[in-house]
Write a protein that binds this ligand. Structure first.
Ligand SMILES: [Zn+2]
Length: 248
């Protein structure tokens, strides 16, 4: 084997084991599972980015709307043994005899549900199901959850759990209204926060190019070179100063 090959394999291994990439792979898997739900009966939304309290935004991995209510799903792509309880602030992951704690995902998901509630408004009050889905690679060792609408399961059990809830609480029109509200509030039109991040990057790039071309990205006026007060070199500023205070 050549060194180049070995090097590429090593690089690939590092990349695939990075938490960000692993997370994406895990989410893709859950997307695949949820794709098995019949589209006639379920509306499945992925990667929902909606406003939450005090002007912040909250990101929800998956939301499933059905006649039984709203399933809010938080996925955790962890390995090792998982210990937790509904009430505790932190849960524990044990991997290679190392203990790590993480925020109780049910608490996290409670915030997601509150954000959804706010968007839907008071007219429809559907039941909410909070689901924490761990990757089947992990082992849920001990889990104390007693609320009837909270679940901690493996992601390959999601479809079964959702389909088991077949009571009719919402009619089709209500489901449609809810999904329309959520999609309208989704900060990214097509439901992908990746696209949102990409857009931010594109905007930054555009700004940089304008500055390089000597144009103010804020107002479109020309940029001019100004000397600093105490002779400490110069900087580029907008010729529209003081109306525009852009400084490159
Ligand atoms: Zn300007």
């Amino acid at each position: 084997m050549s060194y180049l090959f070995l090097f590429s394999m090593l690089l690939l291994a590092i990349l695939v084991s990075s938490p960000a990439v692993k997370g994406k792979i895990g989410e893709g898997k859950v997307k695949y599972y949820l794709g098995k739900l019949s589209p006639d009966q379920y509306v499945v939304l992925h990667d929902v980015l909606i406003p939450s309290k005090n002007g912040k935004t909250t990101q929800i991995d998956h939301v499933v709307l059905s006649q039984a209510g709203i399933f809010v799903i938080e996925t955790k792509n962890y390995q090792g043994w998982i210990y937790g309880s509904e009430k505790s602030k932190k849960w524990t992951q044990v991997i290679y005899k190392r203990k790590q704690s993480f925020h109780n995902p049910l608490h996290q998901n409670y915030g997601h549900i509150k954000a959804i509630e706010q968007i839907i408004g008071d007219q429809i009050k559907p039941p909410y199901y909070s689901i924490i889905a761990f990757d089947p690679k992990s082992t849920i060792k001990k889990m104390d959850v007693n609320s009837p609408r909270s679940f901690v399961i493996y992601s390959n059990q999601l479809v079964k759990l959702i389909e088991k809830h077949d009571e009719t609480v919402l009619n089709r029109l209500q489901i449609k209204r809810i999904s329309q509200r959520l999609e309208a509030s989704n900060i990214v039109e097509n439901g992908s926060s990746k696209a949102h991040i990409k857009q931010v990057r594109t905007d930054q790039q555009e700004k940089l190019m304008k500055v390089k071309a000597g144009v103010c990205p804020k107002c479109g006026n020309q940029l001019v070179t100004r000397n600093r007060k105490n002779g400490n070199g110069s900087f580029k500023g907008c010729s529209g100063f003081p109306k525009c205070r852009f400084i490159a």
